[in-house]
Design a binder for this molecule. Structure first.
Ligand code: ZN
Length: 199
């Protein structure tokens, strides 16, 4: 698959490695930035066999990676990332995150390199109506689980007015649902947008 993620052969010089890293950060990636893998795996301890299945699904859907955004606690996402790095040579991008209540909306936070946090409104219209946008960088216009709650023209208007990134995500609670929607964006743009406003 053509992407910025292909494995290197041999030992790159430091300069080459850095150049690849930069190119990788600027490459447009297909990312599903809202998944609940802990729930999808029936709250089982994260292990290599399970991660293998998740990676296979990510690739089957033609994605470069996902964010792992359990409710409240980002630990599970960090564990997944650690295993993908250690045992799977970073075959796919894993962004640790979490989903939190901030009545009347739910916010997904993505923990990016250099302490940058990208925040977006998940499924606008559920559970409550969305109004506050001061401390967010994006908003879902597609969510496979809650699509009927989303008034798309209203979301697009809001996004244009406040310069929010429009996102499509699966909100997968089952491995088979990973990648039902995705967003094409580079890691650099996510980081730049995260730094453009602070909460
Ligand atoms: Zn969710």
């Amino acid at each position: 698959m053509a992407s910025g993620l292909s494995r290197r052969r041999g030992h790159p010089s430091l300069k080459e490695g850095r150049r690849d890293q930069i190119r990788g950060a600027e490459a447009k990636l297909k990312l599903d930035l809202h998944t609940h893998l802990f729930e999808a795996t029936r709250f089982s301890e994260v292990g290599e066999r399970m991660i293998g299945l998740i990676i296979a699904k990510i690739k089957e859907m033609g994605l470069n990676g996902i964010a792992v955004t359990e409710h409240h606690n980002p630990d599970y996402g960090y564990k997944v990332k650690e295993i993908v790095e250690r045992a799977f040579e970073n075959e796919v991008v894993i962004i640790p995150g979490r989903e939190i209540y901030q009545w009347p909306v739910e916010i997904v936070e993505l923990f990016l390199p250099n302490q940058a946090t990208f925040r977006f409104i998940a499924h606008p219209g559920y559970p409550g109506d969305f109004t506050a946008v001061e401390d967010v960088h994006g908003i879902e216009v597609e969510n496979a689980l809650h699509d009927w709650h989303i008034i798309k023209h209203k979301v697009r208007e809001m996004a244009a007015k406040h310069d929010l990134l429009l996102l499509g995500n699966s909100d997968a609670h089952e491995i088979r649902d990973i990648g039902a929607h995705y967003t094409e964006i580079s890691l650099k743009e996510l980081c730049d947008r995260a730094r453009s406003k602070t909460g």
